[in-house]
Write a protein that binds this ligand. Sequence first.
Ligand code: UDP
Length: 236
Amino acid sequence: MKKDFLYEGKAKILYQTEQPDRVVAYFKDDATGFDGTKRGKIVDKGVVNASVSAALFKTLEGHGIATHFIERISDRELLFEKLDIILVEVIVRNVAAGSICKRLGLERGQKFEPPLVEFFYKNDELHDPLIRDDHVLLLGLATKNEIEHLKKQALKVNHVLCEVFDKVGITLVDFKLEFGRTKDGTVLLGDEICPDTCRLWDKESGKVLDKDRFRFDMGEVESAYQEVLQRIGVLG
Ligand code: UDP
């Protein structure tokens, strides 16, 4: 397949294919944390994240959630529909962890029922600030209808993924989603869904099985990523 370099991000490289509406994402082992201030590598992270993302996108499609995923073309490469990314990071939280604990003084582990949906402005220079619907409109990032769609889809994704992870003994604590528009304006779920973008805790032991192991130098980083892949792999 002919591929032309488009863009290199923190975790992936995007290539244009011969078809104008299709791109290939190459998943790297590079890892960043704390707003890009911590950098490193997690061996074979790219393989795990490509596999886990592919499996989860397929499952979501099976539940009627439209995503940009087309197919896995190698161990580290996924073929995606090309999207114009909406500059809003949609975070869904089932349990308190990470930034919300600091921001609101909550205890790590507190359950959220119903789950909480938050928007962050995807802007490195501004360090991705938390924003409200009105800010999304003010900044022209999405329309009113799109905002409602993002929230609805995010909660649907959460419902499906909670079940998926629950079956393999993992609590889905929180995660980040990104959406984008196709050429005709259809909004699809984009980016990736993997241990880089989710917080995943073992249900029994509470063991952290996600990027927090890298962020906080907890050790056993690679094996935690492999563990998630292995558990998701047994989904069938
Ligand atoms: N997240 C992400 N990319 C970001 C920010 C957050 O994938 O740029 C994920 C993160 O891994 C976690 C969830 O979104 O699963 C919520 O992150 P939080 O707001 O708590 O920020 P953090 O504490 O990770 O800085």
